[in-house]
Design a protein around this ligand. Sequence first.
Ligand code: ADP
Length: 191
Amino acid sequence: MRLIFLGPPGAGKGTQAQIVSEWLSIPHISTGDILRAAVKNETELGLKAKSYMDAGDLVPDSLILDMIRDRLEQPDAKSGWILDGFPRNVAQAQKLDEMLASMGQSFDRILSLEVPDDVLVARLLGRGKDQGRSDDNEAVIRRRLEVFYESTAPILEFYGNRPELTIVNGDAELDAVSEKLKTAIRPLSSV
Ligand code: ADP
């Protein structure tokens, strides 16, 4: 099973992707988590990515594409995956198509979580206080939302006429959202 989770910052992609990845026993590949680990470990990638992340901007595609290719080639990604945070612009979506074609793979479903802006901002401000993520302060949150609407939302048009696209309302209780996602996935799987 190969799934793509889309949605604005604060939509609950990461949380839901983790729940679904455990349910299906497939790896949860979060580009944000990989980048934050790289920053923490001060790797070459981390050093290059940090200033973009702190500003709420996208890290350059060249860095992200190498990172994703390496990850998708790991043995645990052979049987499936959930992508969370990638693709994040139309160029990345096009590259993903090329990359999967070259690996003889394709994705089964794109799940797009929709949540109103005021709910997103409230959730992210709350998370910043609890978890101390350095990009969860109001100015950077506003920038991340702007980047989402400018760069990431157009992916929905790019994927617009594909039957794999499912829109899910993410403005609900955590468990209710998980159930809706599972309902969308179940017909594709043996779970
Ligand atoms: P959120 O979705 O809550 O904004 P993420 O953890 O997905 O958080 O991403 C955090 C930051 O990592 C982004 O603001 C961006 O700087 C960087 N990033 C993550 N994924 C990508 C990507 N596919 N392309 C470019 N930058 C990315």
